[in-house]
Design a protein around this ligand. Structure first.
Ligand code: PXG
Ligand code: PLP
Length: 442
C-alpha cells in the first residue's frame, strides 16, 4: 500500500506547534488524501474531521484544483508581482472580491494567515497616515485571540503561551478586549450564546483610556477558532462595529478560519450581517492546495492609500516575493469556481443543524463540560486532569486517530471542522467515534 519507504530519520524536521520528542517517539504520518479521507503511511484510512487544519473546505485532491495547479506549473511557474504582473493574479483577486461583503473588493495577496494579519495591521496604519491621522497607531486585539505567529499577530493575539518567550519584543502600543467565554453563562449554547453582548462595551473603556485619536484598529476573529471555538454572543459583533464607527477606528475581522463557507456563507461578515473595514483570509481561499492568504480592504481604505501617493510612487511599501504566486492563484480560481459550482457554502448551511445535533449529543458523556458550535465548526471542552492540562484531550485525539478519525485539540478542547463535503453518515461517525473514545479515557 505504501508507495514509498517510510522515512526512518525524523530528526531534521523541527515540527511546528508540536511536542517534537513525543511525536517522533510515536509518529503519525499521512501519505495521501482524497475527498474526506487521509491515508496513513501504514495504509489506514482516516476520516478528516478537521479539514486538515481548518483549511481543506472542498475536500482533498479535488481534480479541478489539481489540474489547474499542474497546468499552471507547466505554463508559468513563477512571475514577479513587484512592478510586473500575470493575468491569474488579477483574476484570482476578482474572484475573491466577488464573494467578499459589498465594498471590500480590493485584495492584497500573502502566503499565510500570519502574513495576512501583519499586512492588515500595516494597511490600517498606512490608511490613517494617508488621511492625516498618523497619530492613530494603537492596535486593539482580544484575549484568547489567535492571529498567527508574526510579531504583529502575537502582539494583538491573546494566547499567553504564544507570547511568553517573546514578551520582551512585542509591539508596544497594544491593548486587548476581554474574551467572551463564560461557562457559567454560556455553557452548552447552541449557536450564538444569548449572554455577553455587553462585553463589546469594554471597547468604550479602552477608548476612554487611550483616547480614540490614538487608536488605529480593532482586530478580532468573528468566531475564535484556534483558542478552542468561542462563538460570539448575540449582538456582540454589531456592538463592536458601532463603537468602531463612532470613533473612526477600523474594524478588522480575521477570517482565516471563518472565510469560505465554514459558517455556511462566504464570510462570517455575511453570516453575522456585520461588515468590517478589512478582512484577513488564508487557508480555504484555495483549499490549502498551495500556500496563500489575502487581505480584502474597503475601497475607501485602498483609494485613500493608493490615490494619496504621488504619481509614479509606490503607494504601500509592503509585499511578498510570492504574493499572488501563479500556482496559488490558479488554485484559488479553481477553488472559488468549485465552491460556486457545487454550492458548497449552502451545503454547509444545510448541514449545520445536523452537525449541531450530533455535537450536542456528546453532552452528558464522561468528561464533557461544554459543547459549542456554529455552522460546521464545533468545540467540545473536557474537564482537565488534575495537574495535567491538555493530557486528556491529547489522549482522545490519539485514540480517535487510531480509530480512523482526525480531529484537532487545543488544551482540553476538541475542535471539529470537517470539509464542507462531509456527509451525514460521516458526521455521525465523527462524533460517534469521539463518544466511544471518551468512554475509554480516564
Ligand atoms: N488568524 C487566524 C484566525 C487563524 O486561525 C492564522 C491567523 C494564521 O494563519 P497561518 O496560515 O499563518 O497559520 C490562523 C491560523 C488550530 C490551528 O488547529 C489554527 C490555525 C493554524 C494552525 C492550527 O487551531 N489558524
Ligand atoms: N530575507 C531576504 C534576505 C530577502 O531577500 C527577502 C526577499 O527578497 C526576504 C527575507 C523576504 O522574503 P519573502 O518576500 O518571501 O517574504
Amino acid at each position: 500500500m505504501t508507495s514509498r519507504p517510510v522515512i526512518d530519520d525524523l530528526s531534521s524536521f523541527w515540527m511546528p506547534f508540536t511536542a517534537n520528542r513525543q511525536f517522533k517517539a510515536a509518529p503519525r504520518l499521512l501519505e495521501s488524501a482524497k475527498g474526506m479521507y487521509y491515508r496513513t503511511t501504514d495504509g489506514r484510512e482516516v476520516l478528516d474531521g478537521s479539514a486538515g487544519l481548518w483549511c481543506v473546505n472542498a475536500g482533498h485532491a479535488r481534480e479541478e484544483i489539481v489540474a489547474a495547479i499542474a497546468q499552471q506549473a507547466a505554463t508559468l511557474d513563477f512571475a514577479p508581482t513587484f512592478q510586473m504582473g500575470h493575468p491569474l493574479a488579477f483574476e484570482a483577486a476578482r474572484k475573491v472580491a466577488e464573494v467578499m461583503p459589498a465594498g471590500l473588493d480590493r485584495v492584497f495577496f500573502t502566503n499565510s494567515g500570519s502574513e495576512s494579519v501583519d499586512t492588515a495591521l500595516k494597511i490600517a496604519l498606512a490608511y490613517h497616515r494617508a488621511r492625516g491621522e498618523g497619530q492613530r497607531t494603537k492596535l486593539i486585539g482580544r484575549e484568547r485571540g489567535y492571529h498567527g505567529v508574526g510579531f504583529g499577530g502575537i502582539s494583538v493575539g491573546g494566547i499567553g503561551a504564544n507570547r511568553k518567550a517573546y514578551s520582551g519584543q512585542l509591539l508596544p502600543a497594544i491593548d486587548h478586549l476581554p474574551h467572551t467565554h463564560s461557562p457559567e453563562h454560556n455553557a452548552f449554547s447552541k449557536g450564538q450564546p444569548a449572554w455577553g453582548a455587553h462585553l463589546a462595551d469594554e471597547l468604550e473603556r479602552i477608548v476612554a483610556l487611550h483616547d480614540a485619536s490614538t487608536i488605529a484598529a480593532v482586530i478580532v476573529e468573528p468566531v475564535a477558532g484556534s483558542t478552542g471555538v468561542l462563538i460570539p454572543p448575540q449582538g456582540y459583533l454589531q456592538r463592536l462595529r458601532e463603537i468602531c464607527t463612532k470613533h473612526g477606528i477600523l474594524l478588522i475581522f480575521d477570517e482565516v478560519i471563518t472565510g469560505f463557507g465554514r459558517l455556511g456563507k462566504a464570510t462570517a461578515s455575511e453570516y453575522f450581517g456585520v461588515t468590517p473595514d478589512i478582512i484577513t483570509m488564508a487557508k480555504a481561499i484555495n483549499n490549502a492546495a498551495v500556500p496563500m492568504g489575502g487581505v480584502a480592504a474597503s475601497r475607501t481604505i485602498h483609494d485613500t492609500i493608493v490615490n494619496g501617493g504621488a504619481p509614479g510612487a509606490i503607494e504601500l511599501f509592503h509585499g511578498y516575493t510570492y504574493s499572488a504566486h501563479p500556482l496559488a492563484a490558479a488554485a484559488a480560481i479553481a477553488t472559488q469556481d468549485l465552491y460556486r459550482r457545487e454550492g458548497l457554502f449552502a451545503r454547509a448551511e444545510a448541514l449545520a443543524p445536523k452537525f449541531e445535533a450530533a455535537a450536542h449529543a456528546l453532552r452528558g458523556e464522561k468528561h464533557v463540560k461544554d459543547v459549542r458550535n456554529l455552522g460546521l465548526v464545533a468545540g467540545v471542552e473536557l474537564e482537565s486532569r488534575d495537574g495535567a492540562p491538555g493530557a486528556r484531550a491529547y489522549e482522545v485525539f490519539v485514540k480517535c486517530f487510531e480509530a480512523g478519525v482526525l480531529i484537532r485539540f487545543t488544551g482540553d478542547i476538541l475542535a471539529f471542522s470537517p470539509p464542507l463535503i462531509v456527509s451525514e453518515e460521516e458526521i455521525a461517525r465523527l462524533f460517534g467515534t469521539v463518544r466511544d473514545v471518551l468512554a475509554t479515557v480516564q
